[in-house]
Design a protein around this ligand. Structure first.
Ligand SMILES: NC(=O)c1ccc[n+]([C@@H]2O[C@H](COP(=O)([O-])OP(=O)(O)OC[C@H]3O[C@@H](n4cnc5c(N)ncnc54)[C@H](O)[C@@H]3O)[C@@H](O)[C@H]2O)c1
Length: 433
C-alpha cells in the first residue's frame, strides 16, 4: 500500500548537478531531505554555498529542504530518488559502482510501501535487473510486492537558462500503474503536469540512452565532415551555413564532446547492445570520431604555427576555454585537455585561460594552473578559441592585439569570430574549422 503524495517524504540521494535542483524544486511542494555521502558538499549546502554555482545562496538558505550525510535522517522517507553519477571506467565500460552503492544504502533503510526511483542515466534493465535485486537482498523485501521501482530520466542541460526543470517534459515510469500514477503526480507538481508516462521502466531507461547517443552521433557526423572539408580547403562553418538554409538540415556544429553525459552515455547503450549480442557500429564509430577531435584540433593549431614560425620551432600558445562546454564551470571530462597535452607533447609552451572554471578545481583535478583573467602582454604566437564562452564573443581585434604578437595566429574552433575575421586584417592569420 503506497503512502499518499501529501503524506510522502522524499529523499534525494546524490546532490550534484541533477539532484540539487530537483531537491529544491520538490521541496516547494513537499517534505524533502537531500542526502549525499560527500560531507563537505553537505556542509557547504547547509551554509548556503553551491560549489557548482548553479544555485544562489539565498535560495539555499531559505529552502525547506534539509541536507544531510547521515543515512539515519532519511530512514523515515518513503520515496527515494537516486541521482548519483554513472561514469565509465578507463576501458569505456559503464561503472555502476556509485548506483550500486547508493542502492545498497537505500536497501538498508527500505520499508514496505516505499518507492525507489532512479534518475541516473543507465541502460535498459539496470533499474529492474541490477538495482531491484540489490534492494531485495539488502532489505529482505520483495520488489513489486513490498517496495516499488520507478525510473525518470533527467534531461537538464547545464548552463541552459531556457530548458529548466520547470519547463522540460519529464518522462516517468513505474513498476506498476499505481506507482506510475503516483510518480506522475509527484513530478507533475514541479512543471504543471508536463509529464510523459513511458510504457514501462525499460522504455524510459532506453529513451534517455538514445537521446544522448543521438546527439553524440550528430556531432560526430559534423566532426567527420569537418575533417573532410578542411582537407578540401573549405571551412565547415561556411558549408554548414549554406546547407543550413535547407528546411530539414539538422543544425549541429563541430566541437569537442566532453562532460559527464554526451561523451559517456553512448557507452552505456553500447554495453547493453553488446550484452545482447548486437555490435553497436554507428554508436561506437561516433564515439571514436568525437574522441579524435581533440588531437585533430591540436594538429591544426600546430600546422598553422609551423607555417608562421617555420618547421621545428616551438611557439607560445594561449588556449581560450577549459570547461567542457560554454558558460559553465564544469570541467569534468573536458576534451580541451587532449589538445593541451598534444600541443605540449609537440614541445609548445601552452597557457590556458577560462573565466568560468575555478583554478583550484582545475589544479586539484588535473594538476594544471589556469588563468582566470586574460594576459595583458602580446606575447603569444597563437590564441586558440576552444570553448564559446560569452566573454570571448565580446572580444574585439583590439583585445586580441593585446594577447597575440603581430603576425600571429587566431584559431577559432567555434567559429564565433568569423564576423570579425575581416576586421583582423592582415595583422593576424585567422583560421576556423
Ligand atoms: N549533469 C547533467 O547535466 C545531467 C543531465 C542529465 C542526466 N545526468 C545524469 O544524472 C546523474 C547524476 O549526474 P550529476 O551531474 O548530478 O552528478 P554529480 O557528480 O554532479 O553529482 C552526483 C552526486 O552524488 C553524490 N554521490 C555519489 N555516490 C553517492 C552515494 N552512494 N550516495 C549518495 N550520494 C552519492 C556525489 O557526492 C555527488 O554530489 C548521472 O547519471 C548523469 O549521467 C546528468
Amino acid at each position: 500500500m503506497l503512502r499518499k503524495l501529501s503524506d510522502s517524504h522524499v529523499a534525494v540521494v546524490g546532490l550534484g548537478y541533477v539532484g540539487m535542483p530537483l531537491a529544491l524544486m520538490l521541496a516547494k511542494h513537499m517534505d524533502v531531505t537531500g542526502f549525499d555521502i560527500h560531507v563537505d558538499r553537505v556542509r557547504e549546502l547547509k551554509e548556503g554555498f553551491d560549489r557548482n554555482r548553479e544555485i544562489e545562496g539565498p535560495l539555499l538558505r531559505t529552502t525547506t529542504c534539509h541536507f544531510t550525510s547521515d543515512l539515519e535522517e532519511i530512514r523515515s522517507c518513503n520515496v527515494f530518488i537516486v541521482t548519483v553519477p554513472t561514469p565509465i571506467d578507463d576501458q569505456n565500460k559503464p561503472d555502476l559502482g556509485p548506483v550500486e552503492a547508493a542502492t545498497r544504502a537505500v536497501a538498508g533503510i527500505l520499508k514496505k510501501g516505499d518507492i525507489v526511483v532512479y534518475e541516473s542515466t543507465v541502460y535498459p534493465g539496470v533499474t529492474e535487473d541490477i538495482c531491484g535485486p540489490i534492494l531485495e537482498q539488502g532489505s529482505g523485501l520483495k520488489s513489486g510486492k513490498h517496495f516499488f521501482l520507478g525510473y525518470s530520466p533527467e534531461r537538464i542541460n547545464p548552463g541552459d537558462a531556457e530548458h529548466t526543470v520547470q519547463k522540460i517534459t519529464k518522462v516517468v515510469s513505474g513498476q506498476t500503474d499505481e506507482v506510475a500514477d503516483f510518480l506522475m503526480d509527484l513530478y507533475g507538481q514541479m512543471n504543471n503536469g508536463n509529464v510523459f508516462r513511458a510504457r514501462d521502466i525499460r522504455t524510459a531507461e532506453a529513451s534517455k540512452a538514445i537521446e544522448n547517443a543521438q546527439r553524440d552521433i550528430n556531432v560526430a557526423f559534423i566532426n567527420e565532415v569537418t575533417m573532410i572539408l578542411n582537407k578540401l580547403g573549405l571551412s565547415s562553418y561556411d558549408v554548414l551555413e549554406a546547407a543550413g538554409t535547407k528546411w530539414n538540415f539538422l543544425k549541429f556544429s563541430p566541437g569537442l564532446v566532453g562532460g559527464h553525459c554526451i561523451g559517456v552515455d553512448p557507452y552505456y547503450l553500447a554495453e547493453c547492445a553488446l550484452n545482447i549480442g548486437h555490435e553497436p557500429r554507428v554508436i561506437l564509430a561516433g564515439r571514436e570520431i568525437n574522441d579524435r577531435m581533440g588531437p585533430y584540433v591540436a594538429t591544426c593549431i600546430h600546422d598553422l604555427l609551423t607555417k608562421q614560425t617555420g618547421p621545428g620551432k616551438n611557439g607560445k600558445i594561449l588556449l581560450l576555454g577549459f570547461t567542457f562546454k560554454e558558460n559553465i564551470n564544469d570541467i569534468r571530462n573536458t576534451k580541451v585537455l587532449d589538445i593541451l597535452k598534444a600541443l605540449q607533447a609537440l614541445g609548445h609552451d601552452v597557457a590556458v585561460h577560462d573565466p568560468h572554471a575555478r583554478p583550484e578545481d582545475v589544479q586539484q583535478e588535473y594538476g594544471i594552473d589556469i588563468l582566470s583573467t586574460l594576459p595583458e602582454r602580446a606575447e603569444f604566437d597563437v590564441a586558440a578559441l576552444l570553448v564559446g564562452h560569452e566573454v570571448y564573443k565580446e572580444m574585439t581585434p583590439e583585445s586580441l592585439q593585446s594577447i597575440v604578437k603581430p603576425g600571429g595566429v587566431i584559431y577559432d574552433m567555434k567559429g564565433i569570430w568569423r564576423p570579425m575575421a575581416l576586421e583582423l586584417g592582415y595583422q593576424f592569420s585567422y583560421q576556423t574549422l
